[in-house]
Design a protein around this ligand. Sequence first.
Ligand SMILES: *Cc1c(COP(=O)(O)O)cnc(C)c1O
Length: 687
Amino acid sequence: MTAPVKGPALDRFRLLAAALVVCIHTGPLESFSEAGDFWLCRIFARIAVPFFLMVSGHFLDREGWKSTGRFWKKSLLIYMAAVLLYLPLNLRNGGYGPLEWGKRLLLDGTLYHLWYFPAVLLGLWVVRGLLKLGRPAALAAASGLYLLGLGGDSYFGLTSRFSGLGAFYSGVFTLFDYTRNGLFYVPLFLLLGANGKQWSRRTARTGFVLSLTAMTAEGFALRSLGWPRHDSMYLTLPLCMVFLFSLLLERNQGTDRQARRLSVLVYLLHPWFIALVWAGGRFAVPLAENSLVRFAAVLAASFAAALVLDKLRPLSVSPQTRAWREIDLNALRHNAQALRTMLPKGCELMAVLKADAYGHGAIRSARCLQRAGTRAFAVACLQEGIALRKSGIRGTILILGYTPPEAVPILRRWRLTQAVADEAHGHALADMGKPVRVHIALDTGMHRLGVPAEDTAALEQLYGRRELRIGGVFSHLCASDDLAMDDYTSAQLSRFYSSLNILRQNGFDPGKAHVQASYGLLNLPPQPCAYVRAGIILYGVRSDSSPSRQWPELHPALSLRARVACVRTLRPGERAGYGLEFQAERETRLAVLTIGYADGLPRELARRGGRVLLHGQSCPMVGRMCMDQLFADVTELPEVCQGDIATIIGRDGRAEITAEEIAERCGTITNELLSRLGSRAPYVSIR
Ligand SMILES: *Cc1c(COP(=O)(O)O)cnc(C)c1O
């Protein structure tokens, strides 16, 4: 058997499914054959809506149902748009009061043609609940619901003979005439799509033909018995769908977003065109008497309008065109939580977000951490602090670096807390004459910023200034990452605590104390402090490979990716790149990647054994790195082609390149590597 040609089969089939929905509502064969029309609209076209549900289930499941909330909200928005869109039609047909309206909107769909939306909103809730039982049980329960629904649908004539059942179904019908589908019908198809079972092609094809034949027989038999109250559900329909979906899955590769958008638009718009074509028919357009013409007119108008609207859509550039950073917010949240469990009681996490959160995007990181309960943040400078406040970050924001005293009004305006760099800085801030929030920096041995810890007289002077609202006092350890320098770190700690003790003895409240940064947390026993200022490890990364006393389970939050711009083959002896640094020893396939040193990669990396991941495999960088591009040798990977996504930092399948590896190759630390990633590589958040 030859392999089928692959393409975005699932997305393309949406167009056909949308056309089938138009069929159901227009009856194209009505003028020609009553039975033919019945088969087309009431039997065959019944595959359309289950298909839409199955693709939704399929895609939601592929992401572990994580985007269910987003999908739900999107469906709700589309539904609300539909409500507005059909307000004029409903008003014209209208004549019901506000209560009836409310019931219709919630339970029936704004127009019965559009029952899909409220049904899917309800069905997603049901599925979320059912999935808690585990997949087989969920599927069994959904099948049960379907059977129950069947009794009020195509098999109503049978069930209504039993008085209890009859009463049950009439109750259901009066309560929610159309959305009952959300309960009885939607869950099964969402779950069948999620399961996405793939049969062999022959089985799937035979299965589809047989089950469609069976469904045809079932449909006509039920009709002659006069049982259906409505006929969107058949016993054989799920079977039919499973085989059809398997056939489509086998051919499916990639996505066709336009087909997705068009199918939704056609679905949304077609009832309007039905109304318009029918109205046109009344004004004696004779052709509109013919059902096929009417169908064709509605279909063509719906598709044309959908195409026009789709063209009018504002175009947005995906960040994933060239080189980009993926920020895994789950990892960030997880890391914050893991670090918190290491803190003694009364000690809080202060998230260090300087340098755009070490290249992770300060605003998105801060928002994520704030939502996860972080109440204290640290930045390097005024601008970084203001940016966080503007994006809605509350709580303490401590500026770790120097800020000129003239900025006191700005510090006050944004409720920022300033570190006091030394005695003179403290007095200059106070001399501005207005209360300003500060933390006093103590120099315990790094000799960078801070009032010398032993100069308690100077400290007491500062604590005596009314304008300084001293909320805390801190010091920075300069060798806590080096276990061989433990003695120096201990000396720093004892200077820190003895200063605090002297202050207390002399009647001053030193405020909230903090002394540990990432490596202080990893290498020291818990400290009697109010904060730990965690930077690099919050992002799930070590500074370098030097050992630490402990390493909680942390996850790297950043991945760096780029595209393959082109692939070319070099004959043995041919050279490539600036300075012709690379020379092919054998026939070599070179991939040119869309990332270079202007994106923050160290230029040295290519010559120091740097590598990238493609198709889950490692490929060496070769030649000289350019400003915007670099070369990778993909001779061993014939499948690499233009447009492929390469991983520079992060995971691809089982393979991984860590920031630590790159930093080490280039003789630096990850703090430098990550914070230097260029602003040209945009961020993409992953949840
Ligand atoms: C940068 C910085 C930190 C955070 O350091 P990490 O080692 O990344 O945790 C903490 N405190 C001060 C004063 C800093 O400058």
